[in-house]
Write a protein that binds this ligand. Structure first.
Ligand code: SAM
Length: 291
């Protein structure tokens, strides 16, 4: 961890908590994956993995999530399960926002900043392919990755748009929105990976996040719910963005329950900030409801 990141963390957390976050950054996390229930059941996926010689632990809060033993991601890349889109390599933390959004059959759902599509395909799987999902991504190369993943994962009913979400027509409205915002990535720091997070960069991220969140609130139907999430543990990108975007609006935080085994950092009431550990990346999420 750089000095600049340590100073940012110390502005938000006390020394003992900052030290635990730093220890989380140093931990080597195992490979985790999600069985793609658009293609096979969780039980079928587990049997197929065991048959292929992959051993795993289950995750108490999600039947389709697995933690693999003694495996590198590369070991899975050329397996039929991976190539046929029956599994998706995904961090445990990043599986949380779709679970909390809980898309249902027939609901219109916008995944506002969607590539490479881990959460879009999870949203499709959670609704058994029956939610009406629109996935938006601004970057052309990342958009191509998104459409590749949608196809491979069998999420055929998702409408993908290569577009800046800030320019979406306000004429559109959605029952549910996921804004998994671009962020500094301060929750995903790992040893050996270069880190370029400083106060200026965080501020730049936060200003874009606030714009995107205000736009999301415009596109959300009255009575609709959305999730705002980042893979940052810095309050400027999380609760501060939420506080500013909600100010003067009729939208409130809809408190969410924590899940069994989630390591948590202190954060704004009703939201969840996952602490980086040997299993989890740092991650923030909050559910918002528009009156
Ligand atoms: N939800 C994705 C997943 O789970 O696979 C990860 C999303 S990533 C955190 C944020 C994405 O937002 C990036 O792909 C970035 O290119 C995209 N993005 C940034 N600004 C955007 C904008 N104004 N409109 C649409 N997409 C945007």
């Amino acid at each position: 961890m750089t000095d600049a990141l340590e100073q940012l963390l110390l502005a938000d957390y006390d020394r003992p908590v900052t030290d635990t976050i730093a220890a989380g950054f140093r931990s080597a996390r195992p490979v985790t994956l999600r069985i793609n229930t658009l293609k096979l059941s969780a039980d079928e996926g587990k049997s197929a993995l065991l048959k292929a010689g992959f051993y795993f632990d289950e995750v108490p809060w999600y039947d389709a999530a697995l933690i693999l033993h003694d495996v590198r991601e590369e070991d899975l890349w050329h397996t039929p399960l991976f190539e046929e889109g029956k599994i998706y390599l995904q961090s445990l933390s990043s599986m949380l926002p779709p679970l909390y959004l809980a898309p249902r059959e027939g609901e219109s759902v916008l995944d506002m900043t969607a590539a490479p599509g881990g959460k879009t395909t999870e949203l499709a799987a959670l609704s058994a392919g029956k939610a009406l999902i629109t996935a938006c991504e601004r970057d052309k190369h990342r958009y191509e990755r998104l459409t590749f993943n949608l196809k491979r994962q069998g999420a055929g009913r998702v409408t993908a748009l290569c577009k800046d979400a800030l320019t979406l027509d306000d004429f559109f409205s959605f029952d549910k929105i996921l804004l998994d915002a671009p962020c500094s990535g301060s929750g995903t720091v790992t040893e050996g990976k270069s880190v370029r997070i400083d106060a200026d960069y965080v501020e730049k991220c936060a200003l874009l996040q606030e714009k995107l969140l205000k736009k999301a609130l415009k596109l959300l139907k009255k009575g609709g719910e959305m999730i705002y999430s980042t893979c940052s543990v810095l309050k400027r990108e999380n609760e501060e963005v939420v506080r500013r975007a909600l100010s003067g609006t009729a939208t409130h935080i809809e408190p969410v329950e924590t899940l069994q085994g989630l390591p948590l950092l202190p954060c704004i009431d009703g939201a969840i900030c996952v602490r980086p550990t040997e299993l989890y990346e740092g991650f923030f999420l909050v559910k918002l409801k528009k009156e």
